[in-house]
Design a protein. Structure first.
Ligand SMILES: Cc1cc2nc3c(=O)[nH]c(=O)nc-3n(C[C@H](O)[C@H](O)[C@H](O)COP(=O)(O)OP(=O)(O)OC[C@H]3O[C@@H](n4cnc5c(N)ncnc54)[C@H](O)[C@@H]3O)c2cc1C
Length: 576
């Protein structure tokens, strides 16, 4: 069995992270680092224990969907019980600062928690993940009055959060949002409809809407959008004009209610500045992207466990199927892919933590003038890296989750196809991860945009420095292979820079190349810190650097005429 609190989590918790630096930057020189770190350990161990205990009941209740009864969302019993258990342990709003009753946990710890919850039940994770994400966004952008009114409820678990972006005509393209916000004498009213809203019965909705006074001129863009907090119950206790119209029936994550929400002159409170809603929502969306990556890792971990346990016990041709070399290769490939996704996710989260700590230190005015400029430039470089790593982490972890759950079904043979099969449930849950919080295609397009702004150089420079710093002799050959991969990627990049259409056509390949290189470095760092990680690191580098060679050669050889070939093939295969 894979422990919920795994040795890899311990490697980052106890070995690879400079907690002294993190806590003193974030909390100041008087921070009690030992006690802060101990809290993290306790929180992770408690979550692991709770999730392990909740898993059987949640999995047995997997088919049960949330219901709409008299306009109220009713959760399946296992989800309700699990949420209450997590809330009682203070594990539903991890990032909220102590002042509002939360723990102010680092992003990395938050995402390890979400990963564990997703492993127990991916539907439950969406409820808790959004609660944490909405609370974080309120903390960053809401007025003190709103924070004081709502955040303590998030910390205790009495209030849940929902994020309302999608409309029938506005999915990937949020510039098409038409929910209207009308402000009269300082009071805002919302009118419109949102669809596919996770946990739509929540007490607090963060809504992206278009301001009435610039509605026509800003149509089709994200610049006229503002962010609003819309509660189901108003501060005076009366019901607000926000209604759950229906719940969807879905292929997976049944315990997670997916709602259509109608706003009928609903009272709302502005969060952040007028017209800056998309920017504020991006903070939540980027956090949520890491959360969905964590969800992918958690689901994949559950699927891997089920595949290996089954392969050890199922005998064919007189031996357990797991003894077949082909099965060993399939499972080892899945382990490599899972560990690669985890490495990228943890790297992105820790970078975000580091920057939040630097930001806190700069806000306290601690560094002297000379050092300040240097820290500001470190902060900016980290921001560039975070903007690239976030979509890549979401893309890699969710696509991998899809693959590994599919592998687990295959490993179970015919049993995998039965409606009660565990890998079948996990696969159905994994599918959505490549769609919501921006589809995989949107993530690789975002990553491409960051490359266009110069992120590749910054990110690869960092990787080269890390490779140069590796100490263990057995890693040096692998480090050289990664350096060669970087050279190949940089040689291929100009072919994309000259033609945007060709760059978009190749965005998936480019994302794979970048993930291959960045993950190589993170896994080699793991192996440098703990020799037991060598096999995983070596397996990733060997598999993925051959892939980089092939993909970069194809990028160099191709051009935008390939789009015309795609068009001809589609027209021939499916005539209009
Ligand atoms: C279960 C579930 C829960 C959800 N929860 C929430 C929530 O809580 N809040 C919320 O606001 N929304 C939520 N959503 C909505 C979700 O974020 C959207 O479904 C998603 O962003 C995709 O939008 P769409 O469904 O309109 O697909 P479309 O945007 O129509 O995309 C269809 C296909 O076209 C591709 N495509 C679109 N544009 C491009 C492009 N420029 N380049 C290449 N390919 C492209 C997409 O990748 C996809 O493959 C949820 C959806 C589901 C199913």
């Amino acid at each position: 069995m894979i422990p919920y609190h795994s040795p890899i989590v311990d490697l980052y918790l106890k070995g690879m992270t400079d907690w002294e630096g993190y806590f003193t930057m974030r909390l100041g020189p008087d921070a009690d680092v030992a006690s802060e770190r101990e809290t993290l350990e306790t929180v992770l161990e408690t979550t692991a224990q709770i999730c392990r205990e909740l898993e059987p009941e949640l999995r047995a209740g997997w088919h049960e969907a949330a219901r709409l009864v008299d306009g109220e969302v009713v959760y399946p019993p296992a989800i309700q019980k699990a949420y209450e258990t997590l809330a009682a342990a203070g594990l539903v709003s991890f990032g909220v600062e102590n002042a509002y009753g939360g723990y102010g946990l680092p992003v990395w710890v938050t995402n390890v928690i979400l990963q564990m919850i997703a492993r127990a039940d991916a539907g439950l994770m969406t409820i808790v993940g959004l609660q944490a994400g909405v609370a974080d966004d309120l903390q960053a952008y809401a007025s003190d009055e709103l924070k004081e009114r709502y955040l303590p409820g998030f910390s205790s678990g009495e209030l849940m959060g929902a994020m309302d972006l999608t409309e029938p005509q506005a999915g990937s393209d949020l510039g098409a949002i038409r929910t209207r916000a009308t402000e009269t004498d300082g009071e805002v009213r919302l009118d419109g409809e949102k669809i596919f809203i996770t946990n739509g019965g929540a007490g607090v909705h963060l809504v992206l809407a278009r301001d009435d006074d610039t509605f026509e001129e800003s149509a089709g863009t994200t610049s006229g959008l503002s962010l609003f907090l819309c509660p189901r119950v108003l501060p005076d206790g009366s019901a607000n004009g926000l209604r759950v119209v229906r719940l969807e029936e879905k292929l997976g994550i049944h315990g997670s209610p997916t709602a259509t929400i109608a706003f009928d002159s609903a009272t709302a409170f502005r969060v952040g500045e007028k017209g800056q809603g998309f920017r504020a929502m991006l903070t939540l969306m980027n956090n949520a992207r890491l959360g969905v990556a964590a969800q992918g890792v958690g689901i994949a971990e559950a699927a891997l466990e089920s595949a290996v346990v089954y392969a050890r016990q199922r005998k064919q041709f007189g031996v357990p199927i797991g003894e077949q070399p082909l099965m060993k290769n399939i499972i080892a490939r899945a382990i490599t892919a899972l560990e690669g996704s985890r490495a990228l996710l943890y790297r992105a989260c820790r970078l975000l933590d580091r920057n939040r700590a630097i930001e806190a230190m700069l806000a306290r005015g601690e560094p002297n003038e000379g050092e300040r400029t240097e820290w500001e430039s470190v902060f900016e470089r980290n921001q560039v890296r975070i903007r690239l790593l976030t979509p890549l982490a979401k893309y890699l972890a969710t696509e991998t989750s899809d693959d590994i759950t599919r592998m687990a079904i295959q490993t179970h043979g015919g049993l995998g196809f039965m409606s009660e099969s565990v890998p079948g449930k996990l696969h159905n849950d994994a599918i959505i991860t490549t769609i919501y919080e921006g589809t995989s295609e949107i993530q690789v397009s975002f990553a491409l945009k960051e490359v266009g702004k110069g992120a590749l150089g910054v990110v690869f420079d960092e990787v080269r420095q890390e490779l140069a710093g590796l100490v263990r002799p057995e890693l040096q050959e692998h480090a050289k292979r990664v350096s060669k991969g970087i050279d190949q990627a940089l040689e291929a990049a100009p072919a994309l820079a000259s033609d945007m259409a060709y760059a978009l056509l190749s965005a998936g390949a480019l994302a794979e190349i970048m993930a291959s290189v960045i993950v190589s470095s993170e896994l080699l760092l793991q192996a440098d810190a703990d020799p037991s990680r060598f096999d995983v690191a070596a397996s990733w580098v060997e598999r993925r650097m051959s892939d980089v060679e092939t993909r970069t050669a194809r990028i160099r050889a191709g051009n935008a005429t390939l789009i015309e070939r795609c068009e001809r093939m589609i027209a021939q295969a499916v005539p209009e």
